[in-house]
Write a protein that binds this ligand. Structure first.
Ligand code: HEC
Length: 160
């Protein structure tokens, strides 16, 4: 009788251990997957600039770009897609709500360097008035205005 009781206890103890082991490994696997997912999101949304670069860029932006693009890059025109009376286009928002994120970093730097006048636009050029460092910083600030999903969409178009 006592033997039978011991066997039953041992068996149920063992199954308890097995079940809890299973549960452990399942939750462990879930944790690993979750960790991987967060890593992927973090890697994809990891920005190319440092926060001090974008902070310095904020001042460059304020001094050189905000009069046309708005102090937070929100644009000042009611509709940036609508040409003005003189047939040119208003300065678009740069904060991720327009199409700035369609362009590579090189293309954006080109716009900052050459402005829009060679292409029939009105943006002045900054080739000589800003240093290369300031151009990178102002771009860092512009991108810091983009929410993660926009930054990730940009990065997908522009890997490397
Ligand atoms: C005098 C007004 C003016 C100033 C100042 C100005 N921009 Fe622009 N920007 C424009 C206009 C207008 C456009 C649209 C293209 C055109 O007409 O040249 C434009 C376009 C752009 C674009 C392309 C946006 C896109 O979605 O493709 C970028 C990037 C940009 N500007 C960045 C800057 C930065 C950075 C500065 C400051 C260093 C700056 N701009 C200063 C008027 C200005």
């Amino acid at each position: 009788m006592l033997n039978k009781f011991l066997v039953i206890t041992a068996v149920s103890l063992m199954s308890l251990i097995i079940v809890s082991c299973d549960r452990d490994s399942a939750s462990e696997a879930k944790k690993v997957t979750k960790k991987k997912e967060t890593e992927i999101v973090q890697n994809n949304s990891k920005r190319w600039y440092t926060s001090s670069q974008s902070m310095r860029g904020r001042q460059v932006f304020k001094d050189n770009c905000a009069t046309c693009h708005g102090d937070k890059g929100q644009g000042l025109a009611e509709d940036w897609r609508k040409p003005l009376a003189n047939d040119t286009y208003p300065a678009p928002p740069l904060n991720g709500t327009a199409h700035t994120w369609h362009h590579s970093k090189e293309a954006l730097l080109r716009t900052i360097n050459n402005g829009g006048i060679p292409l029939g636009g009105t943006m002045p050029q900054f080739k000589d008035s800003l240093t290369d460092k300031q151009k990178e910083e102002v771009l860092a600030y512009v991108m810091s205005l983009w929410p993660n999903n926009i930054y990730m969409a940009w990065k997908e178009r522009n890997p490397s």
